[in-house]
Design a protein around this ligand. Structure first.
Ligand SMILES: [Zn+2]
Length: 243
């Protein structure tokens, strides 16, 4: 695996043609977790994935679209078009240097614009291909073995708290609450989270353990790597044709 601790000469000599771009967010995660959670998780997933695929790991983008967390101090939101521009420019820069395969590893559900960014890049007629992956979704069926009520794990609950207890235990405070609101996740589009999750938690943070986090990370890396390999294989098998 290669990353930004390498020199340009080492990156050239590696002949790596795949790059991994993790994307996170800086936003509230209850009163028990730091605001950097999604960024840290994006970096951890990116590191695991790049290691398995021998790709070039880029630094995780810290900022994302966090409008739903308005009212919680420390939540930073950039405009969707800003995130789209950033990802488009970074992937374009990689393509221009001969990287053929780029994987955007998203760890924040609110970064909806990434789908548009990736579609536009793939349809732009460049030689390279870019995938967008959301590991918690790709690994959902195996994650339910650890978190039977995975559908309730929307934000700062059992899944995210367990991951942080494994990754950065010194940064986890006591006191994560269990709270599952009586509304559907589409409410993220309708009203600030603070109005239905006043503590900033949607899930069961009180049930988190570091061991669950360790297993969840392993499963997400594993399922995401399998998905990336099979998707690039399928893309290669498609008949050539300019969009
Ligand atoms: Zn999060």
């Amino acid at each position: 695996m290669w990353d930004t601790t390498n020199t340009f000469a080492e990156i050239e000599a590696s002949r790596a043609d795949m790059a991994i771009l993790p994307v996170g967010a800086i936003e509230q995660h209850g009163d028990h977790l730091p605001v950097w959670v999604d960024w840290k998780q994006a970096d951890a997933l990116g590191t695991g994935i790049a290691g398995r695929l021998n790709g070039l790991l880029l630094p995780a983008l810290p900022f994302g679209n966090s409008e739903a967390h308005a009212g919680f101090r420390g939540s930073i939101s950039i405009r969707p078009e800003t995130l789209q521009s950033l990802v488009t420019d970074i992937v374009g820069s990689l393509f221009s240097q001969g990287f053929q395969r780029v994987v955007v590893v998203n760890m924040h559900g609110g970064n909806l614009v990434l789908k548009l960014a990736v579609r536009a890049l793939n349809m732009s007629g460049t030689a390279g291909r870019v995938l967008l992956v959301f590991p918690p979704q790709l690994a959902a069926s195996r994650l339910t073995e650890i978190f039977p009520q995975l559908n309730d794990e929307m934000h700062a609950g059992d899944l995210e708290t367990s991951l942080m207890m494994h990754l950065t235990p010194d940064h986890v405070r006591p006191g994560g609450v269990n709270h599952v609101p009586d509304v559907s996740p589409v409410f993220f589009d309708y009203a600030p989270m603070k109005s239905y999750c006043p503590a900033g938690v949607w899930g069961r943070a009180g049930e988190a353990t570091a061991e669950k986090g360790r297993r969840a990370l392993e499963i997400m890396v594993d399922e995401t790597v399998k998905h990336i390999e099979s998707t690039f294989r399928q893309l290669e098998e498609l008949p050539h044709g300019e969009p």
